[in-house]
Design a binder for this molecule. Structure first.
Ligand code: UTP
Length: 472
C-alpha cells in the first residue's frame, strides 16, 4: 500500500490520496484498488503529449485524396459483383467464421438516459430496446444461414453489471446465453487542465472508458480473441450500440471483406450535406484513414467535382468488419501498432482540494479516448463499400433534434416502408418516404431488405398493413 502511494507521489499525483486518512476501510480499499489499476507510465505520456503540448493540433493535409470505395450496384456488372460478394459472405457465415461485435461501453451523456444505452426503448410501436433489436437480428441471421452466431458486447465497469442484468431479466432475448460474451473495456483516469488526476469522490478516482478504440485491446486482454480462435471465428462484424437500423451481420459487406483479403473493412454513406459532422474516408501517401470533420478545413469539406458532387463525400458511419488476427496485432502489447489517444475537454464532476463536490459548468478536465477508425491506416487491403443510409445508419445520440429518438423512429418507419415497397406492397408515404401510419417489421421476421422480400413473397397469406400492425 505504501509503495503504491509513494509511486503516485513520485509521479506528481499524490493528491489522489489527499483524503486517504479520513476514509473508512472500504473507502481506502476502493481507492487503492482503483489506483492499482492505473498505468502511471501510460498516463504520464498522455499528459505530456496532450495536456502540456499542442502536438495534436496540426494535421497534415498535404496530398489528401478521397478514398476509393465500392459503389452500390447501378448496372448489371456491378450487380453481379454484389451478388458474388453476398454469396461469399453467406458462405463465411454458414461456415461459422463470423461473430457480431457491439461496442456499448460509452457513457451516453448526450442522450441523458439513466441506464446502459442498449436498454433504451427504440422501436416505433413495441418499444423494443436497442439490445433486443440487435439480439433479434442476430437470431434471425443465424436462422437464415443455419448457425448460432456468437455475439461479443463491449461494456465498461460503469455499465457492465446493469448490462448483464438486462440480458438476464429478458432471458437473453431468445439467444442461447452461452453465445453472448460480455467483455469489459479499460478505464483511464480523467485529469484536470494541469494534468492532475481528478477524484470523483474523496474515495474514488474519476475514471472514464478508454474510447471505442479501447475495444481492440479489450478483445485481446479479455481472452475474447482466443475464444474466437478456438471456435474458428476470424471475421468480426463491428457496430455501435446506438444504431438500431444497422445490418448487424451483412453478408455482402462480409463478402467484399473476404474477397478483398482485407484486415479492416468499412461502410461509407455519401454525406447528406457538405458540413455533416461525420469523419471522411481519405487516402494520403497510399494510406487509408478517416479525417474527422473537425480536423478538415471547411473549404475542403465543401469542395465539389466538375459534375457538382462533393469531392470528399464518403462519410464514416462506424460500421466495420475486422479480421481477428488484425485485432490481435493492434490490440496486443506490440509497441509499433498501438492506437493513439485523443484528448477531449469535458465537464467532469469532481471534488475540490477542500473535499467539496463540484459540478462544473465549463470543461474543467481532460478525458483520453482511442478511436476505432485509427486502426484503418494500420490495416492491409482496407475495403470501403457504399451503404444505403436508410438501411444502415440512424443513431440515437441526442435527446432531441438531430440523431435523436424521434429522427431514429422516423428512419425506422421509412426503412420498413421501403422494404414493403421493394416487396411490391403499396404504402402511402410523404416525399421523404415516411409513412403516415406507425407499424413495425420485427427483426425476428427479417434482418434486412433482401431477407424481407424473400420471406414476404413466401407468405401464403399476407397481413394487412395498417396503423399498429407488427409483422413477425
Ligand atoms: P459515442 O462517441 O457516441 O459516445 O460512442 P458515448 O459515450 O456513447 O456518448 P456521449 O458522447 O457520452 O453522448 C459511439 C459508440 O462507441 C461506444 C458507445 O457505447 C457507442 O456505441 N463507446 C464509446 C464505447 O464502447 N466505449 C467508449 O469508451 C466510448
Amino acid at each position: 500500500m505504501q509503495a503504491l502511494i509513494a509511486k503516485f507521489k513520485e509521479a506528481g499525483q499524490g493528491q489522489v490520496f489527499q483524503f486517504f486518512d479520513q476514509l473508512d476501510d472500504s473507502g481506502q480499499e476502493r481507492l487503492l484498488a482503483q489506483a492499482a489499476s492505473i498505468d502511471l507510465d501510460e498516463l504520464s505520456g498522455l499528459v505530456q503529449e496532450h495536456v502540456f503540448s499542442e502536438s495534436h493540433c496540426a494535421l497534415d493535409l498535404e496530398g489528401l485524396e478521397p478514398a476509393p470505395y465500392i459503389a452500390l450496384p447501378s448496372n448489371e456488372a456491378s450487380a453481379t459483383e454484389w451478388e458474388r460478394a453476398f454469396q461469399t459472405g453467406a458462405e463465411a457465415i454458414r461456415a461459422g467464421r463470423v461473430a457480431a461485435f457491439t461496442v456499448a461501453g460509452g457513457q451516453g451523456t448526450r442522450l441523458g438516459y439513466d441506464g446502459p444505452k442498449g436498454t433504451y426503448p427504440v422501436t416505433p410501436l413495441s418499444k423494443k430496446s436497442l439490445f433486443q433489436v440487435f439480439a433479434e437480428k442476430i437470431l434471425r441471421s443465424g436462422e437464415r444461414f443455419g448457425v448460432t452466431l456468437p455475439w461479443f458486447i463491449l461494456t465498461s465497469e460503469i455499465n457492465h453489471a446493469a448490462t448483464i442484468a438486462a440480458f438476464e431479466e429478458n432471458a437473453y432475448f431468445g439467444l442461447p446465453p452461452e453465445s453472448v460474451h460480455f467483455i469489459v473495456q479499460g478505464l483511464v483516469p480523467a485529469v484536470d487542465l494541469e494534468g492532475k488526476i481528478l477524484l470523483s469522490r474523496q474515495d474514488s478516482i474519476a475514471m472514464t472508458p478508454d474510447g471505442h478504440g479501447g475495444a481492440l485491446r479489450a478483445l485481446v486482454r479479455s481472452g475474447a480473441v482466443d475464444t474466437m480462435k478456438a471456435n474458428g471465428v476470424d471475421i468480426v462484424s463491428y457496430f455501435q450500440v446506438d444504431n438500431p437500423i444497422v445490418q448487424c451481420v451483412d453478408p455482402a459487406f462480409i463478402g467484399f471483406h473476404v474477397l478483398g483479403q482485407s484486415e479492416l473493412s468499412s461502410k461509407m454513406v455519401p454525406k447528406a450535406y457538405a458540413l455533416e459532422k461525420v469523419g471522411h474516408f481519405c487516402t494520403q501517401d497510399g494510406v487509408t484513414k478517416v479525417i474527422e470533420y473537425s480536423d478538415m478545413p471547411t473549404a475542403m469539406q465543401e469542395e465539389t467535382t466538375l459534375d457538382g458532387e462533393l469531392r470528399f463525400k464518403a462519410g464514416s458511419v462506424a460500421i466495420h468488419v475486422f479480421d481477428r488476427d488484425f485485432i490481435a496485432r493492434v490490440g496486443g502489447d506490440g509497441l509499433d501498432l498501438k492506437l493513439p489517444f485523443h484528448r477531449a475537454n469535458k465537464k467532469i464532476p469532481c471534488v475540490d482540494a477542500a473535499g467539496a463536490q463540484v459540478n462544473p459548468e465549463q470543461p474543467n478536465g481532460v478525458k483520453f479516448e482511442m478511436f476505432v477508425f485509427d486502426a484503418l491506416p494500420l490495416a492491409a487491403n482496407p475495403v470501403i463499400i457504399e451503404a444505403v443510409r436508410g438501411d444502415d445508419f440512424s443513431p440515437v445520440k441526442n435527446a432531441a433534434g438531430l440523431d435523436s429518438p424521434q429522427t431514429c423512429k422516423e428512419d425506422q418507419l421509412r426503412m420498413f416502408a421501403h422494404w414493403l415497397k421493394a416487396a411490391g406492397v403499396e404504402i402511402d408515404t410523404d416525399d421523404s418516404g415516411l409513412p403516415g401510419i406507425t407499424f413495425e417489421i420485427s427483426p425476428r421476421f427479417a434482418a434486412d431488405e433482401k431477407d424481407f422480400v424473400a420471406r414476404w413473397s413466401a407468405l401464403s397469406t399476407k397481413p394487412e398493413i395498417s396503423d399498429g400492425t407488427t409483422i413477425e
